[in-house]
Write a new protein. Structure first.
Length: 319
């Protein structure tokens, strides 16, 4: 598996084929299935690993939140931060592909050696669906034009999974039975009226940890819907979608209030994702959340007490 490093100075990751046009003509490259990109919302250095389609099952349990895209390969597949500016390339057999760019679960990045995984699934014909622009990392729509997610690239417990999630807020006594019911109904509505959401166990088979975590990320990503934005008339319509992620907002608030200091260049989003994942896997560890924060590589100094942290976690769980 070949890994390339991308210095996302433009706040995004771009994949393109051959001699792609410059950044000003990126929309045409997307329309011609010669390129794909995602807006990250932050500038950092990321590693992207190309994994053969046949090897996807070997890393599937550490991946989530895939974006799928068509790619017409005729030459090297480049990785960069803008269209036409390569920071490295892979050699891939020419032909039409469905591609997928997956995020790696935050606490699995060291094991996989990258923050993102790229998989290309060979097709008989080039898929017709196209992206009109680069989607944002927090967007709920994972395929262009709402196209069905390619079977060859689907993961067990991916964001489209319909397994129910436990009510994590109730574990901390943060929700009354009434508010828990309201949260469940709202999450079900946001998840597509499919009967799944953040409510308690429906009596079905127990969801796998990766399925539960993926559903959690999917539910959090949907918190930026108009229904939620209507509660705050002062929010800028053009604001970064990540501002509506309660865990991300919690981390940013602590930094702004000087309760938390991050190391230089650290990603607040990655720390927020790792916080969500750790909470889902072992909620009781947050009896002393300060210990968890001190162990994270992004954290330089922590001034908040365990009580302050617990209050912030409860607020984030309330959404």
């Amino acid at each position: 598996m070949a890994t390339l490093e991308c210095k996302a100075s433009q706040g995004r990751i771009v994949v393109y084929v051959g001699d792609a046009p410059d950044d000003a003509e990126g929309a045409k490259a997307l329309a011609d299935a010669r390129a794909f990109g995602i807006e990250l919302g932050e500038k950092d250095t990321y590693k992207v690993r190309l994994v053969p389609e046949s090897e996807l099952p070997t890393v599937a349990d550490v991946l989530h939140s895939a974006f799928a895209f068509p790619l017409d390969v005729a030459g090297p597949v480049h990785l960069g931060t803008t269209f036409g500016e390569s920071q490295g390339s892979w050699s891939v057999e020419d032909g039409p592909y469905w591609g997928a760019l997956y995020e790696v679960f935050p606490d699995c990045e060291e094991a996989i050696g990258a923050q993102y995984v790229l998989v290309l699934a060979k097709q008989d014909a080039l898929p017709e669906a196209r992206w009109a622009k680069c989607p944002h990392l927090t967007d709920a729509e994972r395929t262009p034009g709402g196209e069905s997610f390619p079977d060859a690239l689907a993961l067990p417990g991916d964001a489209m999974d319909d397994a129910s999630l436990p009510d994590l807020g109730a574990l901390f006594g943060a929700l009354s039975s009434k508010s828990a019911k309201n949260k469940e109904e709202r999450a079900r509505s946001q998840a597509g009226h499919d009967g799944s959401g953040l409510g308690g166990d429906s009596g079905g088979a127990k969801a796998s940890p990766d399925a539960v975590a993926s559903r959690l990320f999917a539910a959090i990503a949907n918190l930026g819907d108009d229904e939620d934005l209507g509660d705050d008339d002062d929010l800028d319509d053009a604001a970064d979608p990540e501002q509506h992620d309660p865990f991300y907002a919690f981390i940013k608030k602590m930094v702004a209030e000087e309760q938390l200091a991050l190391v230089e260049g650290a990603s607040a989003r990655k720390l927020a994702e790792r916080l969500e994942l750790a909470l889902e896997r072992d909620p009781m560890m947050f009896q002393r959340p300060g210990d968890w924060f001190f162990e994270q590589r992004e954290v330089d100094e922590l001034f908040a007490s365990d009580e302050d942290l617990m209050t912030g976690i409860r607020d984030a769980l309330n959404g």
